[in-house]
Design a protein around this ligand. Structure first.
Ligand code: SF4
Length: 405
């Protein structure tokens, strides 16, 4: 096994010494905490709703296989196509076959797509892929990995963004956030119109109706999923809940803890675009996509659902609240993790790499992140669904000690 520990330690040390990362994180953490505090005071029912969401997630994960099947049937009833990918390779293959090559693809933020390395794969096939979330676009231009579940470029300050956009556009962009946003708006406008395919994830899926819920602020997910003739979504199987009203509850708690502010857009997508305006005959592909494909990704999740030690990780809403409280994340950003970050990221690394089911390399990667965690428990206090991350970290360490000593 290669010495992944040395490489990981180097990355952590470099992040800790990087003053720009520290500056960007201090700004972002202060702003996040203020926003969420204000919004929780404004919407005090959220705490009770979060308790209900915990119960919804417990029930959904306990019958995940049944719910995913129901969601796939509902999507097919809506004239969409649904697929179940066992592994990340399978997910890439399915989407690669749908996309082909030589296409222009606009992609909205999706951690599940990051998990399978989708953008890089589609580019290898000869497609032009544009990340359309501003943070993801910064990450794409910089050629680095995201560092937060919700804010992928949280560690990049405005000064660095200005330098980057100046380089990309060939025109001087000042370090003013409003100017930077305007430059990106102009840059991506034509890509939405040109695109053959739009790719998204989903925050939650309602099995009964086959509806995908995509929460966003920028409007890029709306354009990516509503403008191109083909929409492909990639969604972890743990995102499926039974009913539409449960999905709405999950969505509200997710957005309140993700950014604090009510999102500008909550997209609900139930099949391809359609009309029955002429003779009441349903015809597909009016202004929005004619084709709608949903790829559900397992990649260790079904096995995790059967594992009493780590099942709780599947309740994660990916709101990122735990990261804003984490003292290690405040110093190291996304270097404290692999594809997923922080304490919860250690457990997710073990799940998706097969680390909890015997893959030693996966377990080693997860253990490194797990041993970086201080198990201080601040994450559990802030987590809306009260996931006991410190306890799972201790269990993960026990598994690692058993296997490696
Ligand atoms: S562990 Fe909790 S706080 Fe952290 S991302 Fe998941 S749901 Fe949010």
């Amino acid at each position: 096994m290669k010495n992944i520990g040395e490489e990981y330690a180097k990355r952590l040390t470099a992040a800790i010494r990087n003053k720009r990362i520290k500056m960007a994180l201090e700004r972002a953490i202060a702003s996040y905490r203020k926003n969420v505090e204000e919004e929780l005071a404004r919407f005090p029912h959220t705490l009770q709703l979060a308790e209900e969401v915990r119960m919804i997630k417990e029930a959904s994960i306990s019958k995940m296989e049944e719910l995913v099947k129901q969601a796939m049937d509902s999507i097919k009833d809506l004239k969409g196509e649904a697929y179940l990918a066992k592994t990340e390779n399978e997910a890439r293959r399915i989407i690669g076959e749908l996309a082909g090559s030589g296409r222009t693809i606009v992609k909205s933020k999706s951690l599940t797509s990051e998990e399978v390395g989708l953008r890089e794969y589609l580019e290898e096939l000869g497609n032009k892929v544009y990340e359309t979330d501003l943070g993801e676009l910064i990450i794409q231009f910089l050629g680095i990995k995201p560092t937060h579940l919700i804010n992928p470029s949280i560690h990049v300050p405005r000064e660095d963004v200005a330098e980057l956009l100046t380089r990309v556009t060939g025109k001087v962009v000042p370090p003013e956030i409003s100017r930077e946003v305007e430059v990106v708006r102009q840059l991506l406008r034509e890509k939405f119109v040109e695109a053959d395919i739009g790719i998204s994830g989903a925050n939650v899926v309602a099995a009964e109706t086959g509806s995908l819920v995509v929460i966003e602020n920028e409007g890029n997910a709306r354009l990516s999923t509503g403008f191109p003739p083909i929409h492909i979504a990639i969604v972890g199987v743990e995102k499926v809940v039974q009913t539409f009203s449960e999905a709405m509850k999950v969505a509200e708690v997710t957005w309140r803890y993700a950014t604090g502010r009510t999102p500008s857009y909550v997209n609900i997508i139930s099949g391809p675009s359609k009309t029955a305006d002429i003779e009441k005959t349903v015809t597909y592909g009016v202004h929005g996509p004619k084709e709608f494909h949903v790829v559900f990704l397992d990649n260790g999740r079904f096995e995790a659902a059967e594992n009493p030690l780590f099942r709780e990780a599947l309740y994660c809403l990916r709101c990122g609240a735990c990261l804003y409280e984490c003292p290690v994340f405040a110093l190291t950003a996304g270097e404290f993790g692999e594809k997923y970050f922080g304490g919860i990221g250690a457990v997710w690394t073990a799940i998706i790499s097969g680390g909890i089911t015997g893959n030693l390399e996966g377990l080693a990667s997860a253990a490194l992140v797990g041993y970086t965690c201080l198990t201080c428990g601040r994450c559990k206090v802030k987590c809306p669904v009260k996931i006991d991350i410190p306890n799972m970290i201790i269990e993960l360490r026990k598994v690692a000690v058993e296997k490696f000593t």
